[in-house]
Design a protein around this ligand. Sequence first.
Ligand code: FES
Ligand code: FES
Length: 175
Amino acid sequence: MHTHLSAFPDSPAKDNPGFATRLVTLTVNGNPVVLDVQPWVSLLDALRDRAGLTGTKKGCDHGQCGACTVLCDGERVLSCLSLAVMKDGSEITTIEGVARDGVLQPIQQAFIDHDAFQCGYCTPGQICSAIGLMREGKAKSRDEVKELMSGNLCRCGANTQIIDAIMKVQENQTR
Ligand code: FES
Ligand code: FES
C-alpha cells in the first residue's frame, strides 16, 4: 500500500485537527510575541522562521555546537533542544536584543577588540553563552571559562580570542 508522506509537514498539518497548534506567548528582547506553533517546533525555528529573528544560528540542530544559544529567563539554553511550547511565558533574549539603544554590551565590544570572530557564524551563540556564563558567576579562572564555554564550538578557531574577550570583561567587572 502506498503511504503518503507530506514533504511539508508544517503546512498541511496546520489545517489538520489531529495536529492542533498552540499559542505561545513569549517576551522576546522586551517585546511581546505571540506565535501559533505545532507542539514539535523548536524554540530555534520559532525564533528564526516565525518571529523573523535570524540572528540566532542553526548549526547542528542537535545540541552539539552551541550556535543556537539564547538566554531564557536569564539562563543560556540551546534553542534547538527546547520546544517553543515549553517556553510559554518565558523571557527570551536573542543576539538582536543584547545591545541597548544602539550601545554595545561590554562583551560585544570585547569580541571586536580581541578579534574574537572570523566568519561570525558562531558569534551570536558565543555572546549569549558568555553573558549567561558571567551571570552564573562560576567561572573565575581562564581554565574554568574555557571549560564552561566548551559547548560553543567555533569552526574558525577563534576560541582563544573568545576566552580573551570574556576574561577581559570579567576582569573589568571585578575591578
Ligand atoms: S544548533 Fe543547537 S547546539 Fe547546534
Ligand atoms: S567565527 Fe566562524 S565559526 Fe566561529
